[in-house]
Design a protein around this ligand. Structure first.
Ligand SMILES: [Zn+2]
Length: 380
């Protein structure tokens, strides 16, 4: 989105607690809570953390890495580590076997394993309280049919597997708006699930759709919001990847087979490193085997092409919010640079309010670690 005068555009990315939502009861769908991360500081409670999880062989290892400067965090991203939390002096995250090998060979930092064994990480049993792709679509259809005057469902693009004729999955957007011409109102778009295994990031946008519609005409604030803005909600940006997570795989990227790069290449492009603003300028990987693989070129993936096209053509958009899990953070541009954006003050104000409401820590994305090709930077 170009900078819009008068009403400045706001692009925020929220990293939500893995299981903070009601869908988490009885959760065998193991993600790790921040308090457990915090308690992993001492080795005694590390044992407690390990004992309380169900681990299995997944080809991933959960790691704690001790660092001294921010440049090292960028390197961890470039090597393909999925960094979950950055604390003073150490990070926690996961690395697949390929990345693990690279870290052990090349990284001059102290690495501590939090998994009981290398190649073992937390078991994903895909709790049936989460929505599959099919259930998500079916629920969206039901809701759109229930509120035809307020909600319209549309297909905003294909997944990689659909483009190849291997599956029939689309990116679905729900438009919610009340009285008047929606396109003349300020617009907001919510994206969920750029990263397949971040399951709760589908649930929150889905819940948001129902919450808005069920309360129209009952709650004055919500009624006013729906009447005065055009709201778009895309709960699942990465349906192909999500279907792997539904099978219990610890999967982050899309399902591009990367055969155009090498016949033996590993699967998947990290959709949140594939956007075209300052693509491949740090904090992303050139290796398809890595979890932060940025793709062959900027916007090489049908999924990011779809969200790009959506943002480019909806000129009334003022706010973009993209959900990730977990870390309990509110992040804003820039991610590719540690310099503040021209609207840093506005981001701090709005991010601060969101942080105060949610209890999440607000900061510029690159203050977590530098990463390029991210949704926020392009949207901004
Ligand atoms: Zn994510």
């Amino acid at each position: 989105m170009k900078k819009i005068n008068k009403v400045s555009s706001i692009l925020l990315s929220t990293i939500v607690a893995g299981l903070s939502f009601a869908c988490s009861n009885n959760a065998q769908q193991e993600q790790i809570f921040p308090n457990q991360i915090d308690s992993s500081i001492s080795s005694a409670s590390q044992k407690g953390f390990i004992a309380s999880r169900n681990f299995t062989e997944t080809g991933y290892t959960i790691l704690k890495i001790y660092y001294t400067d921010a440049k090292q965090l960028e390197t961890l991203n470039e090597m393909g580590m999925d960094v979950w939390t950055v604390q003073k002096g150490f990070v926690i995250g996961q690395a697949n076997d390929f990345v693990m090998k690279k870290l052990k060979m090349n990284l001059q930092l102290k690495i501590e394993m939090l998994s009981p064994k290398e190649g073992f990480s937390v078991l994903n049993t895909f709790d049936p309280k989460y929505h599959t792709y099919e259930q998500t679509l079916s629920e969206m259809k039901t809701v759109a049919a229930k509120y035809p005057a307020l909600a319209q469902l549309s297909d905003i693009g294909d997944t990689w597997e659909k483009k190849k004729g291997l599956a029939n999955r689309d990116l679905w957007a729900m438009r919610v708006t009340g009285k008047g011409d929606g396109s003349k109102k300020p617009g907001i778009v919510f994206f969920g699930n750029h990263h397949a295994r971040e399951l709760v990031t589908v649930e929150i946008p889905l819940r948001l759709i129902s919450h808005l519609l069920d309360n129209y005409g009952k709650d004055a604030d919500i009624t006013n919001m729906i009447d005065s803005t055009e709201i778009w909600i895309v709960p699942m940006v990465n349906p192909d990847g999500h279907t792997l997570a539904e099978k219990g795989q610890n999967w982050r990227k899309n399902k591009n087979d990367n055969k155009d790069i090498s016949p033996t290449a590993s699967l998947g492009v990290d959709l949140n490193r594939n956007y075209g603003h300052q693509w491949n300028t740090g904090g992303s990987s050139s290796s398809p085997s890595s979890d932060t693989f940025h793709g062959k070129n900027a916007f090489s993936e049908p999924e990011t092409q779809a969200t790009k096209e959506f943002m480019d053509t909806h000129k009334n958009l003022k706010i973009m919010m993209s959900y990730h899990s977990f870390s309990n953070l509110i992040l804003w541009p820039w991610g590719w640079s540690t310099n503040p954006s021209p609207d840093a003050k506005k981001f701090e104000t709005i991010g601060g309010k969101l942080g105060a409401n949610s209890g999440y820590e607000p900061k510029q994305a690159s203050k977590l670690y530098v990463a390029s090709g991210i949704t926020d930077d392009y949207a901004y």
